[in-house]
Design a protein around this ligand. Structure first.
Ligand SMILES: C[S@@+](CC[C@H](N)C(=O)[O-])C[C@H]1O[C@@H](n2cnc3c(N)ncnc32)[C@H](O)[C@@H]1O
Length: 356
């Protein structure tokens, strides 16, 4: 059934429980059932030639063509007014920036995608380091692409408080502020500040200042939950469907469920799907349904992680995350969460339905 994000009834909050399906597989083959059902695809694909130890990496020269192999699945899954947000960063090759990211976006545009805007994720705590010809890398792209030039957008959902500066500035409006006129330096940009009087909130800019995830979550490239949250609020509405086709540790799932959207998470690595399930089990709202058919029980994943930790002592398995789990996962705690969630085991519950 087609979803209509503008068609929400008053009892929405009482009768709707968000659900998330986690699929261990290739997203190209696992989106076929989502025919024009998806409001937003938000994702961070594997960056070219990065994290080779952890998952497949693609040479920067080959990246644009590789990414284009996902185009059809993404296009067919999205609603006509849906959006695709790609968080990515280009790479330094032999001391200079390789522009595979720009080439990928160009190719997507040639395939029919509209480039709605380029957002910058400004990392407030960039990694330390020294490079002879560059400074610390403090930002990444988030490209907003869409099937149409007017995708769904709820700007009210991301408005922010105006701030004290505005109050004092708006008290002192001069004549030149009260109509839209050219700026003093004749740049051609003008503004009518009087339109802001009496308003408490303003639109944010397309630069998002968000700190990097400080804690090891058991995946090498976790993005902060605030990043998908921003785009989920802006580009979908409650009850909508959000997909992350390169889901990793499931950050998008936590964001979507917390904001009352359904979601579909896909990753080729079972280890990361297990991790996503574990994170969602503990971090997503208690009323959310999490459907992951590959797993027999949360206990078995935790047990496996703990065994790996003692056997390998490898950072890759997310020691700090496992420490957190160990602290939380008494049998009583798990039982309580389970009961509260009324967990559905794949195929056993009649009310179990995949998101698409
Ligand atoms: C940069 S990570 C995503 C991290 C995620 N944003 C998070 O917060 O944890 C990219 C993920 O894409 C997965 N991946 C690579 N190729 C894939 C494919 N064809 N289909 C599904 N997942 C894939 C990798 O296993 C990896 O976990």
């Amino acid at each position: 059934m087609r979803r209509n994000h503008r068609n929400q009834n008053k009892n929405f909050l009482f009768d709707y429980k968000p659900k998330c399906t986690i699929i261990n597989g290739d997203s190209r083959g696992n989106l076929v059932n989502c025919k024009e059902n998806v409001d937003l695809i938000i994702t961070s694909p594997p960056y070219a030639d990065a994290r080779k130890k952890h998952y497949d990496s693609i040479h920067p020269d080959k990246f644009p063509d590789w990414f284009l192999t996902f185009h059809e699945s993404f296009w067919n899954a999205l609603k006509p007014e849906g959006s695709l947000v790609i968080n990515i960063k280009d790479k330094v090759v032999e001391g200079v920036r390789h522009r595979f990211v720009w080439r990928t976006i160009e190719k997507l545009m040639n395939a029919g995608w509209q480039a709605i805007d380029d957002y910058i994720w400004h990392k407030t705590n960039p990694m330390p380091g020294y490079w002879p010809t560059r400074l610390r890398d403090g930002w990444e792209y988030c490209f907003h692409l869409a099937k149409s030039k007017r995708p769904f957008m709820n700007q009210d959902a991301v408005k922010m408080p105006m701030g004290d500066w505005a109050e004092s500035r708006l008290k002192k409006l001069g004549e030149g502020d009260k109509s839209r006129n050219n700026s003093a330096n004749q740049s051609g940009f003008g503004r009518d500040l009087s339109r802001w009087v009496g308003k408490n909130t303003v639109l944010p800019s397309n630069v998002l200042s968000i700190a990097l995830v400080g804690k090891n979550k058991g995946h090498p490239a976790v993005f902060p939950i605030e990043l998908p949250s921003f785009f989920i609020k802006l580009l979908s509405s409650k009850g909508g469907l959000v997909v992350d086709p390169f889901a990793g540790s499931g950050s998008t799932g936590i964001a979507a469920l917390s904001l009352d959207r359904d979601c579909l998470l896909i990753d080729t690595h079972k280890e990361y799907c297990d991790l996503a399930y574990t994170r969602l089990f503990f971090e997503a709202p208690i009323y959310a349904d999490i459907i992951y058919s590959n797993i027999s029980s949360i206990e078995s994943i935790i047990q496996e992680k703990m065994t790996k930790k003692t056997k390998q002592k490898s950072k890759r398995n997310g020691e700090m995350f496992v420490e957190d789990l160990l602290a939380m996962t008494t049998p009583e705690f798990i039982q309580n969460v389970k009961e509260a969630r009324a967990i559905y085991k794949a195929g056993k519950s009649k009310s179990h339905k995949k998101v698409c």
